[in-house]
Write a protein of this length. Structure first.
Length: 249
């Protein structure tokens, strides 16, 4: 059976969310089918896969390899092939690109327009947009925010289901991020930057990285560590002053 034919049929039967299926299909269309599409699935070698992964950015390569491993795991289970050429191929190291963000103090002082309450809520609780839109008043109870779902269904991973301390008033989010995105852009940030604001708040409040991982809903601690290594310019001088004060003791 040809690779693309098998992948297309397999994806159709997968019990996954629509967005995940779109991601898998995009990986197949953009990165796998051009080189592997008409090859028999049993003829694809480890070197073929490595040549595809090598030029890709780390995150894209990791996702592409994950899709391939899923496909070949099923191919082996169905008896289509005896071995998977993905065996012993390691994922690319996940990288976190530094993202500009504002501190909570800076946001509190900024003109955030009619969506001020929602923007500050994102900054004080670190929610993803899809999590925030899915929230209702029933999810705010006992001074906690109970995050159990996305706007289009269940959370992508188990770690997405979590409870975080309620730190600011809740107001229902609009169905579209357009208005909030516009205000964020005016401040020189993105909506997702507000998760970095929350991570920075946790870091500067002395919250341990493993606790931050749970509060942020990260399944991979490397992502949390990558964000925790971000710093503001004033931290350099703060560190210098701490070192000077210790030397004077």
């Amino acid at each position: 059976m040809e690779f693309t034919q098998f992948a297309t049929e397999f994806f159709r039967d997968l019990p996954i969310r629509k967005k995940t299926l779109q991601t898998y299909s995009s990986v197949l269309r953009c990165h796998l089918s051009p080189d592997l599409g008409h090859k028999e699935i049993t003829e694809i070698k480890r070197a073929d896969i490595q040549s595809i992964l090598k030029p890709l950015p780390p995150q894209t390569a990791a996702m592409t390899l994950a899709v391939l491993k899923t496909l070949y795991r099923e191919a082996v289970a169905r008896g289509i092939t005896e071995n998977s050429p993905t065996a012993n191929i390691r994922s690319s190291q996940i990288q976190v690109v530094p993202r500009k963000f504002m501190t909570v103090d800076e946001l509190e002082a900024a003109d955030l327009g009619k969506y001020r309450t929602q923007i500050l809520f994102l900054a004080y609780h670190g929610l993803r947009w899809g999590e925030a839109v899915a929230l209702t008043e029933a999810d705010i109870r006992d001074d906690r925010v109970h995050i159990t779902k996305l706007v289009h269904g269940p959370t992508k991973t188990k770690s997405g289901v979590r409870v975080v301390p309620l730190m600011s008033p809740f107001k229902k989010f609009p169905a579209t991020p357009k208005g909030i995105r516009k205000i964020c852009h005016e401040q020189g940030i993105h909506i997702h930057s507000l998760r970095h604001t929350y991570a920075y708040l946790l870091k500067t409040s002395g919250v341990h990285v493993t606790t931050a991982q749970r509060l942020l809903g990260h399944s991979d601690p490397r992502i949390t560590l990558g964000i925790y290594t971000q710093f503001r310019d004033n931290e350099i001088e703060d560190a210098a002053e701490m070192i000077r004060s210790r030397r004077r003791l």
